[in-house]
Design a binder for this molecule. Structure first.
Ligand SMILES: Nc1nc2c([nH]c(=O)n2[C@H]2C[C@H](O)[C@@H](COP(=O)(O)OP(=O)(O)OP(=O)(O)O)O2)c(=O)[nH]1
Length: 152
């Protein structure tokens, strides 16, 4: 369980990591966020577990299945009443196909600054970069990334 006060809604961003890369998605709305990049995800529904919300939102937004591997401790205010948390997740089945975003991009650890993130996402980037680097060091050479469209 994650404690959220009655007047606070939790937004879960999924840090989906695959082959040492992080999936970023470009928003289309509202106008002041359109063109900015975020972690796919969305609001946790009343009574819903954060990890279940991640699985549900990713299914809806990207038509693939993920598994949550960790919930990062940091909580970042988005605006009054709305708080962002981030879950590390891995792909279980399928490949992400964006239905609500107009682009997705698998970013390597040295590429995280190449997109314009939503402001609340930025404090999570150093930790995510470190996570990607650690994952790359732990990966056997035989599992080195093949890149272009990533998955596989
Ligand atoms: N999904 C997501 N939302 C984020 C991130 N960073 C950030 O500030 N936000 C903000 C944007 C929105 O104001 C809010 C989430 O709204 P949303 O529209 O994605 O959530 P939702 O699908 O549950 O929305 P709704 O249509 O049910 O209202 O959190 C992020 O990394 N991922």
């Amino acid at each position: 369980m994650t404690s959220v006060s009655a007047d606070e809604v939790l937004v879960m961003g999924a840090a989906i990591v695959h082959r040492g890369r992080l999936l970023a998605a470009r928003r289309t709305a509202p106008p002041d966020s359109a063109g900015r990049w975020e972690l796919p995800g969305g609001k946790v529904e009343p009574g819903e577990e954060p990890s279940a919300a991640v699985v549900r939102e990713i299914r809806e937004e990207l038509s693939c299945e993920v598994r949550v591997t960790a919930l990062l401790p940091h909580r970042e205010p988005i605006r009054p009443g709305l708080v962002l948390r981030v879950a590390l997740a891995e792909l279980v089945t399928g490949e992400p196909v964006p239905h609500e975003h107009d682009a997705i991009w698998w970013l390597g650890p040295d590429e995280l600054d190449r997109v314009r993130w939503l402001r609340p996402d930025r404090p999570f980037l150093p930790g995510l970069r470190e996570h990607l680097r650690t994952a790359a060091r732990a990966r056997p050479a035989s599992a080195a990334p093949a890149v272009p469209g990533v998955p596989a």
